[in-house]
Structures are given as C-alpha cells and as structure tokens.
Design a protein around this ligand. Structure first.
Ligand SMILES: Cc1cc2nc3c(=O)[nH]c(=O)nc-3n(C[C@H](O)[C@H](O)[C@H](O)COP(=O)(O)O)c2cc1C
Length: 564
C-alpha cells in the first residue's frame, strides 16, 4: 500500500496550483467587471493561436513555455527518482499500487504545471520505435480511471497492447494503429449507461485523462476512432462480445512534436452566458440552409487546421490532371522573366488543394485567388509560387477588393458551385464572366446529378456510414454544403451570363478502386468486397457508347467570353 502520509511531488504541486488558480480566478472576476465582456475571446479572435490561457488567467504570460521534455531514451525516461525502469514483460511495477483505490499516483512523478500540460498536449502521429516501460503505461491508465463516470459505474476495460504481434494485427485493421509501440484499447460495458451516451462520455473522460497524464510524463498520444471496425479490434484483443470498443489511444515517445496546436475557433463564437445567443454552423448539406457568413466562418475554421487536413486524394489528382490536359494544354513551362505572364484566377478555392496542383502543373500562369475571407485567401495564396494576389467575393472589403474586370486569360471554379444556392450560382457565373478577358476561358467542374454520386451517398448513409457536411466528399472534401448539379441547368446559367460552351466532357463515370477503398474503409470485409464488385460492374457498364459522358460523376465545361 502506498504511504498515506507521503506527499508526492505531483500532489504538492497541485496544492500550489490550486491556490494560484484561486487567486487568478479572483483576479479574473475583478477584471471582468472592469473589462469588456469578450476581452478574452478577442485575444483569441485576434489571431492568438498559442495554446495559452487568456491574459488575465495566464499567471505565466511573460514566461517562455519550454517544449515538453521528450526523454532521449528508455533509460533516461525512467531516471531521476521518477518511476524506476521495469523489465518489459513484467505485468506491473507496483501491483499493490495498481490495486490501490486511492487517488494518488503510484510513485514520485516529475512535477508538472497543470496549465502547461493542458495547453501543451498535442496529438502525436509519429512515434519513436523504442518501447515504453509498462510502469509508465500503468500510471497513464491509473490517471484514466480517476476520470468521472456515469453513476461511478466505471464499466470501462482497458487493454494495453505492447506485444508487436498483436499491434501488427491492429495495424492491419487501420494504419493509425501501426505507429506507436503501445495501443490502449478502451472499451465500455455495452449495455451500461446508454442513456444520453453516458457510456461514451465516461470513456471519453478517461481517454482525455490518459492523454494529459501521458503528456505530463513526456509521452505522446493519438486518439483513434478510425479503427477499421470496433468489433474487429475487440476480437483482436480478446474482449468479450458485451464490451463496446469506444476508441484506441496510441501511446509512445514522440518522434515529431507539432510546434503549435491547430488553432481553435474563437471563444466568443462557441461560448455563451445563460442563453445561447449564437447562430450554429449548420450540419445540413443543403446550400439553402447556410447563410453566406456562416459558410465563411466554417471555411475559415477548416483552413485553421492547416495543411494536414487539406490534402487531395489520389483519384482527385487523377481527375484534375486529366481535365487540365484537355482544358488548358498550354502553360506547362515557366514563362521567361521578360514575357508577360498569362493570368489565371481561381475562384473560391477554400483549402487550395486544387490551386496548389494548378500551380505545379501550369507554371506558365500567374495565379490569383478570390475567396470569402482574408484568412482563407491568405492560406491559399501561399500554396502557389509566387504567392497569389488576393481578392474577395461576394463582399469586397477595404483590405480585399473584387477581382479586376476583363483581366484574366483563365477563370476557374472547381467544385464550388455545388455549395451555392441557385441565386448565388447565377451571380458567381455573371461575375466570372466579367473577370475573364474577352476571348478568355471560364472553366467549371462540378458533380453531376445524373451520376452514381447521390445513390452511393444514400447507400453509405443507410449502412450506418457517416453523414453530414464533414463527410460529403466532392473532389475536395469538407468545405461546407454540397449538392449535385443538373448539367443542363449549369449550361443555362452560363449562357445567361453571356458565356458560350466550347467544350464539355465527363470523367470518372465509376469510382476508382482507390476511392472505393477509401470510402469503404470502415465497413466489414464482406461489404468492402461487395463495394469493389459493384464498382467493377459499373466501370464495365459505363463502357457502353455515350454512357460515360452522360453519366460521368465529374463534369467539366470550358466556356468562352466571346470577343466582341
Ligand atoms: C474523438 C477523436 C477522434 C480523432 N480521430 C483522429 C483521426 O482519426 N485521425 C487524426 O489524425 N486525428 C484524430 N484525432 C485528433 C484530432 O485531429 C486532434 O485532436 C485535433 O486536430 C486537435 O489537435 P491537438 O490534439 O494536437 O490539439 C481525433 C481526436 C478525437 C478527440
């Protein structure tokens, strides 16, 4: 049994933190009376992306926060009076301590500042290969079980996997579980606390506790829900049928630590006092349900996540390259310095996935971008070289004007018409027709209502696949509402804007094998096989003359503004 009188460094530390926090809270209350209500939120909204408390609460505001200590080696990790090293294969360091129901750590732990730990924790996706002593993992799990749980039922079960063979089996289910030396499978009694998802909430509290504890010990964690199938994970670690696998927490020594966390949405946008006074970001995929300013806010939040969440998929790149070869065969070489560069305006590029590829494939053009907000425009502008000039649509501001009229050789809009209402679509096409030079081209790419797209989405939703905005995958995912379009209607809008169709064609009448793999990744092997068989059949059927172009998913239009 642990000595009840013994005060561990961590316990002593937390007492000190408490009084500091109390003082800070009192200070904060005083400051609130004096300062405008949203001063803290303004701090964040003004672009302070550092993961730190606001100025009033930050008692260490002028202190540089050291990078979390990452031990160089297994041995170093366990030196210095912390948890002593334990031979791999031994079940626990302090069996008694592990059975101890008191809320204290097993041993003297390195001191850690609560706020530094809280704000400094990052999702770690690359780990060093060396093993983690079981004693540390047990401490992490011990911190986990001190989370709250519904009715204090604690119907959680944890299986820490450090056997490379079992981890290999987990890694085969999902590559996310193939990175760390330890994967902790977190399960909860399937039929306990189902009301209001209290079982999931309890397990989540435990996982977050473990993530913070691991970070305080210099370890990194990665919260994994895309496990390739909760039931398969359950079977791989021998959990019985009545346990529900909620998530897996990968744990190991960090190899790469992100310098900063992805930015958070401003406090003022997501918090309210006493009564909700905001306008929620819709979860509907219908463009009509989205106010334009909410779409702008949502898209700005998406790019705050940085490049890691804004990468193209293989089939998207394939389609873009194929379309480019037909639509813009010129401009593959960088123009000489004295030549007047051809100008290309990319319209509403959002994540800039397509713009970046255009820049690489057509260096003979100078690219400009027009976006809804300065932040998104800036994000995209940096993805081409030289950085693009930035403009705003539909609401120009003092900082960002509307693009110049009759200025561009090419004006392109890739898969953004699908996210607009009919009125906004009309307005955008009229504006694009104005921005392009007489004789220049307007290029449109959109997903056709006559393709397989809608029925595969319906099928996916019916089979329990994810629904909602985040999972609507156009060739550039996750950028807001999305609905497939009627090709004839798009052509009518173009004609109404004074544009003449020069070329039309379709691509990918059936999904590529890579796309089927991706979309079906969370289904069982039988469903995945079925999905591949259906796609193969569709590919075969689409070989019938004329069908591929009429039923293609991706439609491309090259339009010309006639020179008068
Ligand atoms: C429930 C849950 C599921 C997650 N799933 C994934 C995932 O599948 N892939 C991934 O790269 N990150 C995943 N993450 C990590 C988030 O992307 C990450 O927490 C977020 O970008 C914020 O970064 P930070 O954890 O470094 O602060 C998940 C996080 C949570 C809480």
């Amino acid at each position: 049994m642990a000595d009840p009188e013994r005060r561990t460094p961590i316990a002593a530390n937390s007492v000190a933190e408490n009084s500091a926090a109390e003082n800070a809270a009192a200070e904060n209350a005083a400051a609130e009376n004096a300062a405008p209500e949203n001063a803290a939120a303004d701090d964040l909204a003004a672009g302070d992306s550092s993961a730190r408390p606001n100025a009033t609460l930050d008692t260490h505001a002028d202190r540089e926060r050291p990078a979390p200590e990452v031990p160089e080696s297994h041995a170093e990790a366990t030196q210095g009076g912390g948890i002593p090293e334990v031979a791999l294969g031994e079940p626990t360091l302090h069996l008694e301590a592990a059975d101890d129901g008191t809320s204290r750590p097993f041993a003297d732990l390195p001191a850690s500042d609560f706020w530094d730990t809280l704000y400094g924790r990052r999702s770690i996706r690359k780990f060093r290969a060396e093993p983690v002593p079981r004693a540390l993992i047990e401490q992490v799990m011990h911190a986990g079980i001190w989370a709250p749980s519904s009715c204090n039922y604690q119907m959680w079960d944890l299986v820490a996997v450090d056997d490379p063979e079992v981890n290999r089996r987990l890694g085969a289910l999902s590559t996310q579980m193939a990175n760390a030396p330890v994967n902790i499978v977190v399960a909860y009694g399937r039929d306990f606390s189902e009301e209001a998802f209290a079982n999931i909430q309890s397990a989540s509290a435990l996982i977050q506790n473990m993530s913070l504890a691991a970070h305080a010990l210099g370890l990194g964690t990665f919260w994994i829900t895309q496990t390739g199938g909760a039931e398969r994970v359950r079977e791989a670690v021998g959990l019985p049928l009545d346990r529900l696998v909620v998530a897996v927490l990968a744990v190991g020594w960090p190899k790469v630590v992100p310098k900063r966390g992805p930015k958070r949405r401003p406090l003022a946008q997501v918090t309210h006092w006493n009564h909700y006074a905001g306008r929620p970001i819709p979860s509907s995929t219908r463009p009509a349900d989205w106010a334009p300013d909410l779409l702008a806010i949502y898209q700005r939040a998406r790019v705050l996540n940085g490049l890691r969440h804004n990468k193209p998929r293989a089939w998207e790149v394939l389609a873009l390259d194929e379309a480019l070869a037909r639509l813009v065969p010129e401009g593959r070489e960088r123009a000489s310095d004295d030549a007047q560069p051809r100008r290309w305006l990319d319209v509403l590029p959002c994540t800039g996935v397509v713009t970046a590829r255009l820049g690489v494939q057509r260096p003979g053009f100078r690219f400009d971008v027009v976006e809804r907000t300065a932040e998104v425009a800036q994000f995209v502008a940096q993805r081409v070289s030289p950085p693009a000039a930035m403009y705003a649509w539909p609401n120009p501001t003092a900082a960002l004007s509307e693009p110049p009229a009759a200025h561009y050789d090419v004006v392109s809009c890739w898969h953004r018409l699908e996210g607009l209402t009919a009125d906004a679509r009309q307005r955008l096409l009229e504006d694009m027709a104005r921005w392009v030079k007489p004789g220049g081209r307007v290029l449109l790419a959109f997903v056709s209502k006559h393709s397989y797209h809608d029925w595969t989405e319906r099928l996916r939703a019916r089979r329990g696949g994810p629904r909602g905005v985040e999972y609507v995958l156009a060739p550039d995912p996750n950028v807001g509402p999305f609905e497939t379009l009627e090709p004839r209607e798009v052509e009518q809008l173009a004609a109404g804007s004074g544009l003449v169709v020069r070329e039309r064609f379709g691509l990918q009448p059936a999904p590529t094998p890579a796309e089927v793999d991706f979309r079906a990744r969370n289904f069982g092997s039988r469903t995945r096989r079925l999905a591949h068989a259906a796609a193969t059949t569709l590919r075969f059927v689409m070989k019938a003359p004329g069908l591929a172009s009429r039923r293609a998913r991706l439609c491309y239009l090259s339009l010309e503004r006639p020179a008068r």
